[in-house]
Design a protein around this ligand. Sequence first.
Ligand code: FES
Length: 67
Amino acid sequence: MYVCLCKGVTCSQIRDCARRGEAASLRDLSRALGVATQCGKCGRCARELLEAARAGEAESGAALQCA
Ligand code: FES
């Protein structure tokens, strides 16, 4: 599922980025994938996905629903 429509970033990309240790914060995600660098509406969801992935809670897209 797309999390950031402006940059075309999916939840899988965010989880993969977290698993590779490339992102520990939303700022890192923004640098790596461009998330939340335009309208910013995806920021909260992206942060929640990142935190869940880092905690090992988001094994599938269904594990976390974004508002
Ligand atoms: S939806 Fe991510 S910056 Fe707009």
